[in-house]
Design a protein. Structure first.
Length: 116
């Protein structure tokens, strides 16, 4: 598999499954995650979506999440990457993978890797 592009940026990706917060705060976080992913993807030279690609979303943080919380935490990021490709995130040409690595204390990063 050939890596077409990778981008890493600082952003905390919390588990959103059990957060109890005001709807406006949740909407702002969702918008920030989606637009940041879209903007960061624009900084790398990934060709337009013509064939199948694999997108791996990696969370780097001090503590891990379980697999279902990891996927739900990346929902807005996934939508932002799909926006970059100008498709719906359910498009069968994109295979989504999720990963996580232990970071340093107070280190919160997102790594998006596109490969074909």
């Amino acid at each position: 598999m050939k890596i077409l592009g990778t981008v890493t940026y600082a952003l905390e990706v919390p588990s959103v499954a059990n957060i109890r917060e005001h709807w406006a705060k949740k909407a702002a976080r969702t918008r920030r995650h989606r637009t940041t992913a879209w903007a960061e993807m624009r900084s790398i030279e990934v060709p337009p979506l013509t064939g199948s690609v694999v997108v791996t979303l990696t969370r780097i943080a001090p503590r891990p999440l379980d697999s279902d919380n990891l996927a739900s935490a990346f929902k807005a990021t996934r939508d932002g990457v799909a926006d970059f490709f100008k498709v719906d995130d359910a498009d069968p040409r994109i295979e989504w993978k999720y990963a996580q690595r232990k970071g340093e204390p107070k280190q919160h990063l997102v790594c998006i890797e596109v490969s074909a």
